[in-house]
Design a binder for this molecule. Sequence first.
Ligand SMILES: [Zn+2]
Length: 243
Amino acid sequence: MKFMDAHVHLKDRNDEVLDVDALLQEMDASDIERVFLMPADSRRSENERMLKEVQGHADRFILFAFVNPYHPDCVEWFEEAVKHRGVRGLKLHPVLDAYPADRAYMLDPLLEVCDRYHLHCIIHCTSDAPNSSPLQMERTACRWPNVTFQMAHMGGCWLANDAIKVCQRNQNIYLDGSTVSLSAVKRAIAACPDRFLMGTDVPFYHFEMEKLKMKLAVSDPVLFEKVTYGNMRDLIAERGLEL
Ligand SMILES: [Zn+2]
C-alpha cells in the first residue's frame, strides 16, 4: 500500500540531518510515494536551498514556495519560481509572518498568480488569534474560487469544528489533519471524505505516527485509501501539479 502526504517541510530534525536523501529514505521506509514539500519558514535562503536540493526528484516532491507577503519583491519572485523553477503552489503562514489570513490587499497579488497558473495554496490555519482562524481563511478562499486551498492543521486545537463547517460549504477548500487530534480527524473525514488529506508535518512528526493516526481514525479500507492517497492523487491531477 502506498501513501501520499500533503504537509512536509525540508528541515533537519534537531541534530538529525534530514536533507533530501535522508528524507527520501524515510519516505521509502514508510511507503510514502509523494509529498507536498515546503521549507520550514519563509526566508528566501530556505526556499532557494529547497529548490536547489530537490533537483531531479520531481516524481516524489511537489514544491511549495513559502512566501512572506511583506517581502517587497515576493510576487515577482514567486511567479518566476512557478514559471521556471518547478514550484507548483504557495505556502502562507499568517502566524509566523504576522498578518491576518484575510488581509486581501497583501495576499491578492500572490493569489492572482495562483489563479493564473491553476495552483494550490496551503495556509497555516490554527486557533492562534488573531491571524489564522478558519473563518479568516474562508474569506480569502471565497475571493479566489478557482484556486484550491488547504487548511493546514484545520483550525488546530480549538477551531476544528469551524474548519469542518468551512470545508463543507466551500468546494475549493481541503483539510489537512497534521498535528490535529484523532477525534477531530474522525469528524473531518466523516464530514468531508473527498477533501481530507493526510499530512504529517515532518520533520516535527513522523510518517509512521500519522499513518497510525489514520488507521485509528478510519476502519473502512476504501475510505482509508481515499484520505491517505486517492484524494491527493486526484487533487494533483485536477490542478495539473505534476510537472
Ligand atoms: Zn508545517
